[in-house]
Design a protein around this ligand. Structure first.
Ligand code: SAM
Ligand code: DTB
Ligand code: SF4
Length: 361
């Protein structure tokens, strides 16, 4: 049974003198992890852009005018080729992302299930991030060989209402619970730098840490402000905030892999080294995240070399799933799956949408 965290406790950790906080996190890190090992994941955007949601940070939301290249769902051979490339570059995990609100019971999902089966057969950990997911969809993904599902809370429940209006925080939690019920390893974290307070950051960590089971991996993203999105003008996150967030996450979720995610191009090597010291134990590698740039893999490997860090092998923290033919069986009706829409509006998001309309006209 994990400890139940309160926001006051987490805030007190977050606000410790930075040098003390990093030392405490580094000590905690050594209790459950090899501090000289970092897990490397590669992101692959299998379906890019055109998303119906209004997430204020996201360049893939159809309603904002951003400069991304949209793509339909990739084919299975395309994904296999990218997975092999990622594996040869030292990645133990492939994380496939789709710009979907939620999974539908249709041919596209059937195709994703084939991708999962194919990549699992390459002996890589397979992760997907496909939006909201029902219990039966989670079961099918697990049967196909899915290892992990990424579904971020993104921010605190309070601040969430300032960032996204098209779905609510409880639905995020429902999807996470559906992944857990299917025996899939949960990857859930958030973004800092969206105008949230320290209170919001700690509140998000409390929600994550009090999930049962706790997430097995926690991505900490620094907002990548993208032109055309409502959050385009946000100030870049300071490295000190990133270190604080990583260290606090390490202390409140001691067994989790803490992933240094979006925003690494904004960080110096020294800043990233401090994050590894403070308990970060994973990165996304490859020159692209989903649509935005990421550091060159050669730079990452050079930094690992300097720091004496080696990359982690797949399936060290959990067994490789075996594919069960039942992934082909859909227990629910085919077609659209409905999730409620809360329907409030966010002025900043509406303005970015209007700006996109004006640019089109
Ligand atoms: N559509 C699915 C969903 O929202 O769950 C999966 C893809 S979505 C792009 C995955 C995550 O990427 C988001 O939850 C968010 O945390 C992160 N993300 C998206 N845009 C970002 C940005 N500009 N900066 C930092 N993180 C971002
Ligand atoms: C996560 O927490 N961060 C990744 C992954 N999970 C899917 C995505 C980052 C996306 C950054 C913006 C982009 O490249 O589009
Ligand atoms: Fe769509 Fe996901 Fe981007 Fe939100 S974060 S707009 S759900 S792709």
């Amino acid at each position: 049974m994990n400890k139940v965290w309160t926001k006051e406790e987490v805030l007190a950790i977050y606000n410790r003198p930075l040098m003390q906080l990093v030392f405490d996190a580094a000590q905690q890190h050594r209790v459950n992890h090899n501090p000289l090992e970092v897990q490397v994941s590669t992101l692959l955007s299998i379906k890019t852009g055109g998303c119906p949601e209004d997430c204020g940070y996201c360049p893939q939301a159809a309603r904002y005018h951003t400069d991304i290249e949209k793509n339909d769902l990739m084919t299975v051979p395309q994904v296999k080729a990218q997975a092999l490339r990622a594996k040869s570059n030292g990645s133990s995990r492939l994380c496939m992302g789709a710009a979907w609100r939620n999974i539908q019971n249709n041919e596209e999902f059937d195709q994703v299930l084939e991708m999962v089966k194919t990549v699992n057969e390459l002996e890589m950990e397979v992760c997907c991030t496909l939006g909201m997911m029902t219990e039966d969809q989670a079961r099918r993904l697990a049967d196909a060989g899915l290892y992990a599902y990424n579904h971020n809370l993104d921010t605190s429940e309070d601040h969430y209402k300032e960032i996204i209006s098209t779905r609510d925080f409880d639905d995020r939690k429902k999807t996470i619970a559906n992944a857990s019920k299917a025996g899939i390893s949960v990857c859930s974290g958030g973004i800092i730098g969206m105008g949230e307070s320290a209170n919001d950051r700690c509140s998000m960590l409390v929600t994550l840490a009090n999930l049962s089971p706790q997430p097995k991996s926690v991505p900490i993203n620094a907002l990548v402000p993208v032109e055309g999105t409502p959050l385009a003008d946000q100030q870049l996150v300071s490295i000190w905030d990133m270190v604080r967030m990583v260290a606090t996450t390490r202390i409140v979720m001691p067994e989790a892999v803490v992933r240094l995610s979006a925003g690494r191009t904004q960080m110096s090597d020294e800043g990233q080294a401090l994050c590894f010291m403070a308990g970060a134990s994973s990165i996304f590698a490859g020159d692209k995240l989903l649509t935005t740039p990421n550091p060159d893999i050669n730079n990452d490997m050079k930094l690992f070399d300097i720091l004496g860090i080696s990359t982690k092998a797949p399936f060290v923290d959990g067994e490789q799933p075996t594919t069960k033919e039942s992934y082909k069986e859909c227990a629910s009706t085919r077609g659209n799956v409905k999730w409620d829409r809360p329907g409030h509006t966010i002025e900043r998001n509406e303005m970015a949408k209007q700006k996109a309309k004006d640019l089109k006209a």
